[in-house]
Design a binder for this molecule. Structure first.
Ligand SMILES: NC(=O)c1ccc[n+]([C@@H]2O[C@H](COP(=O)([O-])OP(=O)(O)OC[C@H]3O[C@@H](n4cnc5c(N)ncnc54)[C@H](O)[C@@H]3O)[C@@H](O)[C@H]2O)c1
Length: 323
């Protein structure tokens, strides 16, 4: 393959939490890049979240479904790479809709992969997550570890990864995969963990911690996470996966304590649920080092910055319900 030159990028799910941060990061970093976002825009306020880039001549927003080939193909025909952030929303309510997850995450990825094959794109990046490895057994997971997902979102992502692997092996589509730590930061939807805890704490509500609070996971500030994902897109080796994390494990209890302290709320608001599977997750990010990426925002500084953002943008999250 000749020198990589991505001029125009299709960002599926680019109005979401990670996708919109990625778009902002790229428009800031690369004056010549063109970005088209394809997103179903189901969440209230989704379009408003992109208001700061809507007027940028390098940016285009298309409302549509990633599963719809009639929408995807004309867009894919004008770009040289696709990155897929589109994903069914997990509410954590227990009322998980398996078929909806499979349709968005697996069928949607299949439609995008097929377009990447047809139009001979230079790169296809599937944004997956560290949860595909399944609950942590001992040391943080390396990329070659077996995928044994246990949650619904992780299982459909692992299936999408398998599909992407087949497009690479069978058709030579230059596929890359990122398996990232849990993200937090401005504009995180309130049904995702860290934003849920912050908005509950700021509202003076009980902050629930799953199980006995000892299960750990790794977290990354959204700016670091999308910078890592971009690094993989431009510098990664096609046909392989990259763990994007900072190698620091934080327990549920520590997370709640840090958030309550940053919000200036008493620790008495923390309550252990004593329920839930109590799974830990952690990825080993050492494969990212040769790509020249290192996270810049340290936990708990990132949590403090994020709490400040939610404090200053109460109308943003009030519109989106406290989860
Ligand atoms: N948030 C995290 O902590 C985190 C961490 C690691 C990996 N990831 C992965 O990154 C991806 C994106 O996560 P996120 O937090 O940005 O989620 P999000 O829910 O904020 O964004 C997903 C976007 O996909 C869009 N979408 C859903 N169905 C669609 C469809 N059929 N067609 C077009 N668009 C559709 C939604 O409208 C939304 O804008 C997911 O695969 C997730 O597993 C997330």
């Amino acid at each position: 393959m000749g020198k990589l030159r991505i001029r125009h990028l299709l960002v599926a799910g680019g109005a979401g939490f990670l996708g919109s941060a990625f778009v902002r990061d790229r428009l800031r970093a690369d004056p010549e890049i063109l970005i088209t976002v394809l997103d179903a825009l189901r969440r209230p306020g989704a379009q408003a979240d992109l208001a700061d880039v809507l007027d940028d001549r390098r940016f285009k927003l298309v409302q549509g479904d990633v599963r719809d080939q009639a929408v995807v193909d004309p867009l894919a025909g004008t770009v040289d790479a696709i990155i897929n952030f589109a994903s069914e929303e997990f509410t954590g309510s227990g009322a998980a809709d398996g078929p909806a997850f499979a349709r968005t995450d697996i069928e949607g990825t299949a439609v995008l992969l097929e377009a990447a094959r047809k139009f001979q794109h230079q790169r296809f990046l599937l944004v997956s997550s560290g949860e595909v490895y399944g609950p942590l057994k001992s040391a943080p997971n390396r990329e070659e570890d077996r995928l044994t997902p246990r949650s619904l979102p992780a299982s459909v992502r692992a299936a999408a990864e398998t599909l992407a692997g087949a497009y690479h092996a069978s058709y030579g589509v230059p596929v890359l995969i990122t398996r990232a730590a849990g993200a937090y930061g401005p504009r995180q939807p309130v049904n995702q963990l860290v934003a849920s805890l912050i908005t509950r704490a700021l509202s003076g509500m009980t902050v629930f911690v799953e199980g006995n609070g000892s299960a750990t996971r790794d977290y990354l500030h959204v700016d670091d996470e999308v910078a890592g994902i971009a690094r993989v897109l431009w510098k990664g080796e096609p046909g392989t996966a990259y763990n994007v994390g900072d190698g620091v494990q934080i327990s549920g209890s520590q997370l709640a304590d840090t958030i309550l302290e940053a919000c200036g709320k008493p620790s008495s608001l923390k309550r252990l649920t004593r329920e839930g599977p109590g799974w830990s997750y952690a990825v080993d990010p050492r494969r990212m080092r040769p790509l020249g990426w290192d996270p810049l925002v340290r936990f708990p500084d990132g949590i403090r910055l994020t709490v400040d953002w939610y404090r200053r943008n109460e109308s943003w999250w009030r519109l989106r319900d406290v989860a």
